[in-house]
Design a protein around this ligand. Structure first.
Ligand code: UT7
Length: 321
């Protein structure tokens, strides 16, 4: 017994920012961003609170699953930084859906949703939950330095959610970390303690793009192989690949050795950029809503991110189960 995906949802900020919009105030171009990354546009928070997008996506996922919030036994939220340090965004979501279930946030950077899916699996296998709501939300526009063209053009904001219910839909889960404290880094606020002798680091996300690129290609390839082996499958048996949407070149390079038909590799990076943990969640919801997945299809979700974390989860699509 594990879980199956019973419903999905997503919510993106209204404001769409194109590469040309960025070129108005940065030394960049649509041509550079598209050829280096595959990104054309991204959604950016303006008047919305991140929490409200998380709640909207959660309500959509519950409606899609045909259940009420009172049936949820655990609420998890994958985020690097919600609107508040405390309460956790998961608590705001629990309150909004009328759930008194345990609720907490998980920070595994861009791999957060896969970590949440594995935690959900553990709760369900241990008999502590039958229905888990996994939410993800990221306000990347509030973490990056908007004068740094090497990072700010890459990211977008958004939220997504999935309802996981006890069943036979999880075929494999593989998580790992190769600790590196500098490749992707966003410091926290030091506060104003009169005793603090550590200075405030610059409050902006920094990244060694080349180092992350190499890690990502290797880690995604390895996680795919390991997850497939765990499920007793080969990469060719997977119907749909849902990779973290960081860079279309990373996705192509990491999948190259498996000789996968490119129609099986799902993308939304052109319209959404890199939404960190939220990328694979929104991707899943968008393609589910398009009717791409059919009962019995095997989906492989794979991601990498700050930490450096990485992972892959294989599920069998069982909606309508
Ligand atoms: O979710 C995980 C988060 N992080 C990632 O996934 C990032 C992984 N890394 C990457 O995706 C790529 O390394 C980048 C897209 C970040 C960079 O691509 P690249 O092909 O590795 O470019 P580069 O860093 O080697 O930079 C090439 C040039 C540099 O100029 P010089 O030194 O050759 O004169 C940069 O200054 O491109 C310049 N550059 C830009 N030019 C125009 C960097 N950013 C920009 C920009 N517009 N936005």
């Amino acid at each position: 017994m594990s879980f199956y995906v019973a419903g999905t949802g997503s919510a993106l900020p209204e404001k769409v920012v194109s590469n040309d919009d960025l070129a108005q105030f940065l030394d960049t171009s649509d041509e550079w961003i598209v050829t280096r990354t595959g990104i054309r546009r991204r959604h950016i928070l303006t008047h919305e609170r991140l929490e409200d997008l998380a709640i909207a996506s959660a309500k959509e996922a519950l409606a899609d699953a045909g259940i009420g919030g009172e049936e949820v036994d655990l609420v998890l939220c994958a985020t690097m930084r919600g609107d508040t340090v405390t309460p956790a965004t998961a608590c705001a979501v629990a309150g909004a859906i009328g759930s008194a279930a345990p609720a907490f946030d998980i920070n595994a950077a861009c791999v957060g949703v896969l970590y949440c899916m594995e935690i959900a699996d553990s709760f369900i296998v241990a008999g502590k939950a039958k229905t888990v709501l996994v939410v993800s939300c990221e306000a990347m526009s509030k973490l990056v330095d908007w004068t740094d063209r090497s990072t700010c053009v890459l990211f977008g904001d958004g939220a997504g959610a999935m309802v996981l219910r006890a069943g036979e839909g999880r075929l494999a889960g593989e998580l790992s970390t190769r600790p590196d404290l500098h490749a992707i880094r966003m410091p926290n606020i030091e506060g104003n303690s009169p005793y603090n002798m550590i200075g405030q680091e610059k409050l902006a996300l920094t990244m060694d793009g080349g180092e992350v690129y190499k890690f990502a290609v290797n880690a995604m390839g390895r996680n795919i192989e390991e997850a497939c082996a765990q499920a007793g499958l080969t990469p060719a048996d997977i119907d749909w690949y849902l990779p973290h949407q960081a860079n279309v070149r990373i996705i192509t390079a990491s999948l190259k050795k498996f000789k996968i038909d490119k129609d099986k590799v799902l993308l939304n990076i052109d319209e959404c950029g890199n939404m960190s943990a939220t990328s694979v969640m929104v991707l899943l919801d968008q393609y589910a809503k398009k009717g791409t997945f059919h009962c019995g299809d095997k989906l492989l979700l794979v991601a990498f991110g700050g930490g450096l974390t990485s992972g892959a989860v294989i599920i069998e699509w069982k909606k309508n189960q």
